[in-house]
Design a protein around this ligand. Structure first.
Ligand SMILES: O=P(O)(O)OC[C@H]1O[C@H](OP(=O)(O)OP(=O)(O)O)[C@H](O)[C@@H]1O
Ligand SMILES: Nc1nc2[nH]cnc2c(=O)[nH]1
Length: 179
């Protein structure tokens, strides 16, 4: 496939959709087995995870499963640490529930660590974390990951929900930056 250009960057095909689909199928099989008999709440972390979450969730066969959509929003905090991030859109009571976080990518691990902290503060019975992609060489801290689709090198990627400056989320395959 020919390279594509988004804004000022060139990208080459990296993970074709057929590969993504087989990874998603394997992950959802694993979740169906591990979550049997539970009433799990899947939490899609917007924006990037919308496509991954939809494809996982339609393969979840548990009749007691539920899904919700949340976003980690930044706002100018007054704390000395500067940037404060808060999970918004979470209306469900998490107390006593099994929560399964759905992320498209864990890069530095900063986002998922914040998400896990905020979910745990609401006293769920258990938190499980699923990510389609993991960049092991970029991870800054150890993070809890229960389901990992693919480990990838530390290159910038777009497609399948992931954007470059708002563009490229609609690409069905995943592309990586050239150069
Ligand atoms: O491990 P990290 O280095 O924290 O990076 C991972 C996060 O980066 C992306 O989100 P982004 O902040 O770009 O927002 P978006 O999902 O709305 O595109 C992605 O969806 C993850 O949530
Ligand atoms: N689009 C995109 N978002 C990211 N967030 C963290 N890593 C990445 C990446 O490689 N691509």
């Amino acid at each position: 496939m020919a390279n594509i250009t988004i804004l000022d960057k060139e990208f080459e095909l990296f993970i074709p959709y057929e590969k993504i689909r087989s990874v998603v199928e394997k992950m959802s099989d694993e979740m169906n087995a591990k979550l049997e008999g539970k009433n799990p709440l899947f939490l899609c972390i917007l924006n990037g995870s919308f496509m991954f979450a939809a494809e996982i969730y339609k393969r979840i066969t548990l009749l007691d499963a539920e899904i919700s959509f949340v976003k980690l929003a930044s706002y100018a905090g007054t704390s000395t640490t500067g940037d404060v991030k808060e999970l918004i859109g979470l209306n469900e009571h998490l107390e006593g529930r099994t929560v399964v976080v759905l992320e498209d990518i864990v890069d530095t691990g900063i986002t998922i660590a914040k998400v896990i902290d905020q979910i745990k503060s609401k006293n769920p019975a258990e938190v499980q974390v699923a990510t389609l992609l993991l960049k092991p060489d970029a991870l800054q801290n150890e993070v809890q990951l229960d389901y990992v689709g693919l480990e990838i090198p530390n290159d910038f990627i777009v497609g399948y929900g992931l954007d470059y400056d708002g563009r490229g989320r609609n690409l069905i395959d995943i592309f990586k930056v050239v150069g």
